[in-house]
Design a protein around this ligand. Structure first.
Ligand code: SHN
Ligand code: NAI
Length: 323
């Protein structure tokens, strides 16, 4: 990882943009929409910038960059069309310990502006670490087309209820379960259909009536060991599972798609882990057993089915067994 992705609160923070051309305008709009106080320095500043930054808490200076411009700033964008000037701005900013984004030479600076999907409060940012900005844009466009418009409203609504949900469920595990179910339930559909009041009442009903979660078991065979060959269902379950038992023949690329906070347990001899698997399920956890070896999956599947008989535990097997 060459860059650390982070979301910064720049409200009321002084941010310096050196340059006042097309690219600078794009960055100025972005900083402005995040509530920054701007200082723009350039011999020629596009007129849109004046129209845009009319408030008194912004400073516009129609002259070349001077190192004193860095005084008191939280973040710098070097966005002139003069490579040497951009380098100088970057050097000075880094000397002063201020993060700087350089629009014509990312390696000269230490911050990158990503392609952004803004469904505030939900934000998605894509970067190619400066290698291929057009790819970042194309990915952003693809993601835009699959992310519902109402995503921000859903997050805002859920945010209002976090305190109540915390009070309702003692363990983080049950809270997580509640949110995973709720955020993929009718509540989400109602928010997306702009029926906010209805969504609110459905959420409240779920909160009032929700039972403590029961465990689940997912059995996935990844014979191909290639992430591109995974089905949507396999991926969804991999991202739901809180405990993952895996055999060492599963590729790293596939394991990387499991949820980040899952407990990963390496398995040599599946039979030795059956009791532990059952224990996790009985504790209400969603357990995944994943292997590239179909024989070991068939064995564990039939052993666990016997042990779980009459327990009403949902079991999902992928690929679906053919009769
Ligand atoms: C390193 C970075 C610096 C930074 O942080 O600004 C950078 C650098 C450079 N961009 C160049 C060119 C173009 N950039 C765009 C567009 C975007 N560029 C953005 C970010 C970044 N660009 C950062 C890396 C992001 C990452 O990690 O991937 C986006 C995502 C965000 C934004 O700027 O707001 C925004 C898309 C927003 C969106 O649509 O969502 C287009 C137009 C297009 O694609 O339509 C072109 C013209 C096509 C071309 O020439 O490639 C050049 C060559 C200049 C030249 O040749 O003269 C350099 C310099 C170099 O690479 O050396
Ligand atoms: N990061 C990105 O997304 C992209 C970066 N680029 C790069 O960005 C560069 C700038 O592109 P544009 O904004 O379109 O150029 P532009 O010509 O519209 O603007 C250049 C600006 O730099 C200012 N400037 C020049 N010398 C200065 C100095 N000493 N101090 C302060 N300001 C100074 C000018 O007054 C002008 O406002 C291009 O040369 C290209 O290398 C181009 C496209 C996309």
């Amino acid at each position: 990882m060459d860059y650390l992705p982070l979301f910064l609160d720049v409200k009321n923070q002084r941010c310096l943009v050196v340059g006042g051309g097309d690219v600078a305008l794009r960055k100025i709009r972005l900083l402005h929409s995040a509530g920054a106080r701007l200082r723009v320095v350039a011999p020629e500043i596009r007129k849109e910038v004046y129209a845009f930054l009319s408030g008194s808490h912004h400073e516009l200076k129609e002259r070349a960059f001077h190192p004193d411009d860095l005084g008191g700033v939280a973040l710098v964008i070097a966005s002139t069309d003069n490579h040497a000037v951009n380098q100088q701005v970057a050097e000075r900013a880094k000397q002063q310990g201020v993060f700087v984004n350089v629009i014509d030479a990312p390696e000269a600076g230490n911050a990158i502006v990503p392609a952004i999907i803004d469904r505030s409060p939900v934000m998605v940012a894509v970067s190619t670490s400066g290698t291929t900005p057009v790819l970042a844009r194309l990915l952003r466009e693809q993601l835009e087309s699959v992310l519902p418009n109402g995503l921000g409203q859903l997050a805002a609504l859920a945010g209002e209820y976090r305190g109540l949900v915390k009070a309702r469920f003692d363990s983080i595990h049950d809270r997580r379960h509640f949110w995973e179910e709720t955020l993929t339930s009718d509540v989400a559909e109602q928010v997306y259909a702009a029926q906010l009041e209805q969504a609110r009442s459905t959420l409240e009903q779920r909160l009032a009536g929700a039972e403590l979660s029961s465990g689940e078991l997912y059995l996935i065979n990844v014979a191909h060991n290639d992430p591109d060959e995974l089905t949507f269902k396999a991926l969804r379950l991999m991202q739901k599972a809180e405990t993952v038992f895996y055999t060492d023949d599963v590729s790293k690329a596939i394991m990387a798609l499991c949820r980040r906070d899952a407990d990963l347990i390496a398995v040599k001899n599946a039979a030795e882990h059956e009791a532990l698997i059952i224990e996790h399920i009985n504790n209400g956890r969603r357990v995944l057993f994943i292997s590239a070896d179909s024989a070991s999956l068939i064995t564990i599947s039939s052993n666990l089915s016997t042990l779980l008989a009459n327990k009403n535990v949902p079991v999902h097997t992928i690929p679906t067994p053919r009769l």
